[in-house]
Write a protein that binds this ligand. Structure first.
Ligand code: BGC
Length: 256
């Protein structure tokens, strides 16, 4: 890996970016955060991403961008917590055009998973690790023997007739004003379901809620070890940056 890259994490409420030291997984400067434009259309979001990138002077780094969509072959294929225009959208080409340089695109939870794999709680773990991010939605990264299986979308597993993230995302706890005990019951059901489907060797729990692991992890009773993520709210930035140097980038399209 080259030593530095730039990561941008596009979320439903904020877009964050910072340069990353890839040897340590640490941000080399304080991240810049700008609220996500509403509606969060690709063009509006791309402009903010460009603004964040240009606010750093050390500006010839590889750029990785994470966003809450299924990503395949540079196209975004889904849009659960972001404007629907992202569905079947040539996001990598458009972002590269607006940012004026090649970029790499990855699902946000996959980026968080890579960050945990390279620098955090999933490092040196063999077998199947499932990283979940509990935030506005639920994101997931499946890592088998150190290899990411992208776009797993385990927040959309259906439980009791609902997509799991509609009952167990961290945002639901706040919105429904659930006690930690009530919220833990929902997580218990969620992680039990994942256990019965995938028999993982380790769960890693990230997202905003992982700031308070003591409030809910001890309340869960699972066969699989479950640990908090280590990178907390920089995981998307760090994972996107790391991904940018480990994958072929999308070239700026002709005419840009
Ligand atoms: C999206 C995922 C995303 C997760 C976390 C889900 O609603 O479908 O792609 O990783 O939210 O942002």
């Amino acid at each position: 890996m080259s030593a530095f890259a730039f990561g941008i994490d596009i979320g439903g409420s904020g877009i964050k970016g910072a340069p990353v030291n890839l040897d340590t997984g640490e941000l080399t400067a304080e991240r810049v955060r700008i609220p996500t434009p509403q509606p969060s259309t690709p063009k509006a979001v791309a402009k903010v991403a460009a603004q964040i990138l240009s606010s750093f002077t050390d500006n010839d780094l590889e750029v990785g961008i994470a966003l809450p969509c299924v990503v395949s072959a540079g196209m975004t294929r889904s849009a659960a917590n972001i404007d629907k225009k992202w569905i079947n959208y040539p996001a990598a080409d458009v972002l590269a055009d607006v940012l004026g340089r090649p970029i790499s695109l990855i699902n946000d939870a996959d980026a968080a998973g890579l960050a945990e794999l390279y620098y955090g709680s999933a490092k040196d773990k063999s077998g199947l690790v499932i990283v979940t991010t509990l935030g506005t939605g639920i994101g997931s990264a499946m890592i088998y023997n150190g290899v990411l299986i992208p776009n797993s979308e385990l927040g959309h597993v259906e439980i009791d007739g609902f997509a799991a993230e509609k009952r167990a995302a961290a945002g639901v706890r706040t919105r429904e004003d659930l006690t930690w005990e009530a919220y833990a019951k929902r997580l218990q059901k969620y992680y039990r379901t994942l256990e019965s489907l995938f028999s993982p060797d380790l769960f890693v729990v990230g997202g905003g809620v992982s700031r308070n692991p003591d409030k809910f992890l001890p309340l869960l009773s699972l066969n699989t070890p479950i640990v908090p993520a280590r990178l907390r709210n920089s995981a998307g930035i760090v994972g996107a940056a790391a991904y940018s140097v480990s994958t072929p980038t999308t070239a700026i399209s002709a005419g840009a």
